[in-house]
Ligand binder design. Structure first.
Ligand SMILES: NC(=O)c1ccc[n+]([C@@H]2O[C@H](COP(=O)([O-])OP(=O)(O)OC[C@H]3O[C@@H](n4cnc5c(N)ncnc54)[C@H](OP(=O)(O)O)[C@@H]3O)[C@@H](O)[C@H]2O)c1
Length: 254
């Protein structure tokens, strides 16, 4: 696919440049600073991508980039969610700009765009319930309003998927193509975390489910390379089981 990638200079974005190219996709990187991107990846990789300069809060510029390059998909890793419950960042503004651009570009080309967007573990449901995990551990709350925005979209406007990883760490700092994660392929699950470990502790009044979330959270640490591979691999097919859902991921060894 031809993919517009926002946030290519970030931790996950850099790994996505390598993973997308490795999976045979064409990459159009939408960045604030092409110079910064050029300094972060080898020249041999930079030469394989198209770079568009722009701000990810500028919906019209993102839409233009999609249509000018003839992109079929958008991957957004731009914007970092604020940590404390009261924190604010540009992420909701960026998220809305990307969604609006993808929706309008899809309408213009008369085919919905495929889109992968990022949230965190808290945007998944506590297994067996319709309560978000971030109700129990109220951090990174900006992801919730982004999820609400996606859920408010009429059908067939964007073929979206919302990846909800816990902490992602780097396997290494070198960006190369072809790339491969040295870890196993992630296992995904729609709407709630895969392989959740249940326990009687959840029945402790008031704090039981909070304790269970904390007990489980450590197991959902993954690597940036694993998540980049997960998205790049999924975009190889027109049919995806992840369209219209939040996606939790876990390393099978956990
Ligand atoms: N890292 C984790 O462990 C983790 C875990 C769960 C979820 N997430 C989510 O995953 C996403 C990616 O995380 P990350 O660690 O890769 O973040 P990151 O390293 O902080 O990268 C953020 C990227 O956003 C870009 N950006 C910010 N504002 C922009 C704007 N106005 N216009 C264009 N680009 C802009 C930055 O570009 P510049 O280089 O120009 O600043 C950078 O490339 C985030 O939404 C984060 O909340 C991360």
């Amino acid at each position: 696919m031809k993919v517009l990638l926002l946030g290519a200079t970030g931790n996950l974005g850099l790994r996505l440049v390598a993973a997308l190219l490795t999976h045979g996709h064409s990459v159009v990187a939408f960045v604030r600073s092409p110079k910064k991107l050029e300094s972060l990846i080898p020249a041999s990789v930079y030469q394989q991508i198209t770079v568009v300069q722009g701000d990810a809060t500028d919906s019209a510029a993102i839409k233009k980039a999609i249509l000018d390059a003839g992109c079929d998909a958008v991957v957004n890793t731009a914007g970092l969610a604020a940590l404390p419950p009261w924190g604010k960042s540009d992420l909701p503004k960026i998220f809305r700009a990307v969604v609006d651009a993808a929706r309008e570009a899809g309408a213009e080309r008369k085919k919905p765009l495929r889109a992968w967007l990022l949230a965190g573990l808290g945007a998944l449901y506590f297994p067996g319930s319709e309560t978000l995990l971030s109700n129990y551990i109220p951090i990174y709350l900006e992801h919730r309003q982004n999820l609400q925005l996606l859920q408010s979209l009429p059908q067939n406007t964007i073929d979206w998927s919302l990846l909800c990883p816990a902490v992602m760490t780097p396997e290494g700092s070198e960006i190369k193509v072809p790339t491969a994660s040295s870890h196993a392929k992630l296992i995904g699950n729609a709407w709630s975390p895969p392989s959740w470990r249940d326990s009687w502790v959840k029945h402790i009044p008031l704090i039981g489910k909070v304790i269970l979330c904390v007990m489980n959270a450590q197991r959902y640490k993954t690597t940036l390379e694993q998540n980049a591979e997960f998205i790049a691999d999924d975009l190889e097919s027109d049919e995806s089981r992840w369209i219209g859902v939040t996606v939790g991921v876990i390393d099978p060894s956990k």
